[in-house]
Design a protein around this ligand. Structure first.
Ligand code: SF4
Length: 386
């Protein structure tokens, strides 16, 4: 049984070293090799004695995922489809790797896939990572939500994505992290918080709090809880509609909470952390991109003194939503600006590589389903479960 390195914080690494009678500075050595130098092969960790490297390899592992697909867009954006196996060995009785207290992947059998993306821009290398396998929210325009939630990612699996993205092309580390991949990060709160500690820590990936963005569709109690967290990350609220009726049409979870409740929770976050809130607004052609929507959104943004990120929808095969036309997007932005709202149109990155969240995983699944259908002589047309 071996323990997953990325699941451990510094105190747990020290405990591990003590328990297995390693030198007290082993945690520092390991963190340097893995987080600073990007090395995960025991044989390359030359300042650790051969005997200890052997003992370590019997007790610890690093990488928990397999790379299923790696794509590179013409603009340099990289996307990975990773598969996580449930049979990663446990570590003694602590079960840090396989089962998190709030239900990681242990109850699911077989391979679970998630996506992560690295977006280069000048000196900046932003890692967009997933917090869950699938998503419980089920936004109607999103490929990630199509199959519902399959499980939470452990903190180690969240950190591993950031580490992997930093190592793509052999370069160092990501400079920014956004929790905008698959899943609703605040519904996997404990693991996301633990992962943020490692992403932020000087002994970990050393990414500043301002450069870590948690994007949520909105769980007011969890936003208030996050306001008490000692690392003041940037909070982005995925609003996507300027009124409750329209929001309920496209985000099923909007049934459970009103925009007013969300804004109150965001206000509490702003007061506690001093961090301005960003409103994310995905523009769906002909649906939420009308001038009246821009005016409603302006009122909301001004009440919160929030910036607005406008995102042009990337179409997903099989879903009815359309990418908005450029002139509607520009008009939407100018209405916001006329009303003194700081509104940016987020550049579309990686459009030629299934850039929309969950799209790569969705396509891969469909491909596998087709393969299974072809192989099955008595197939009756029913859906094949992966
Ligand atoms: S848009 Fe985000 S919150 Fe909505 S279903 Fe997709 S991953 Fe989940």
């Amino acid at each position: 049984m071996t323990i997953g390195f990325f699941d451990l914080d510094q105190a747990e690494l020290s405990e591990f070293a003590r328990e297995h009678e390693f030198k007290s500075f082993l945690p520092t050595q390991l963190c340097r090799w893995v987080y600073e130098r990007g090395v995960t092969e025991f044989e390359k960790m030359t300042d650790i004695s051969k005997r200890d490297r052997l003992r370590l390899s019997e007790r610890m592992h690093f990488i928990q995922s397999d790379e299923i697909v790696a794509q590179r867009a013409s603009d340099g954006t990289r996307k990975l489809l990773l598969a996580w196996h449930d049979d990663v060995p446990e570590a003694g009785s602590r079960r840090l790797t396989v089962v998190s207290e709030d239900g990681a992947l242990a109850s699911h059998s077989g391979r679970k896939e998630t996506e992560c993306v690295m977006i280069p821009s000048g000196d900046r290398r932003t890692g967009c990572i997933s917090s869950q396998v699938g998503c419980p929210v089920g936004c109607r325009f999103c490929a990630s939500g199509l199959g519902g939630l399959e499980g939470n990612l452990s903190s180690g699996r969240i950190v591993e994505q950031a580490w992997r993205l930093g190592r793509m092309d052999g370069v160092g580390r990501v400079t920014n992290i956004v929790f905008m991949g698959m899943g609703e990060p605040l519904s996997n709160y404990r693991n996301v918080i633990k992962a943020i500690r490692t992403l932020n820590a000087p002994w970990g990936l050393g990414i500043g709090a301002r450069r870590i963005t948690v994007s949520t569709v909105g769980l007011p109690p969890a936003i208030r809880r996050l306001a008490q967290f000692d690392i003041p990350v940037t909070l982005a609220l995925s609003l996507h509609a300027p009124n409750d009726d329209l929001r309920k049409e496209i985000i099923p979870w909007a049934e459970y909470t009103t925009i007013k409740e969300l804004l109150e929770a965001c206000q509490a976050y702003f007061q506690a952390s001093g961090r301005e809130i960003t409103l994310e607004y995905i523009l769906l052609g002909g649906l939420n991109d009308r001038p009246e929507h821009a005016r409603e959104l302006a009122t909301i943004a001004r009440s919160l003194r929030a910036n607005v990120n406008l995102i042009r929808y990337n179409e997903v095969e099989g879903l009815p939503y359309k990418r908005p036309v450029s002139e509607d997007v520009l008009r939407f932005q100018s209405i916001l600006r006329e009303k003194n709202v700081n509104a940016h149109i987020r550049a579309s990155r990686g459009r030629d590589i299934d850039a929309a969240c969950g799209q790569l995983r969705y396509k891969n699944r469909e491909k596998n389903r087709e393969k299974n259908r072809d192989r099955s002589p008595g197939h009756d047309g029913s859906r094949v479960r992966n």
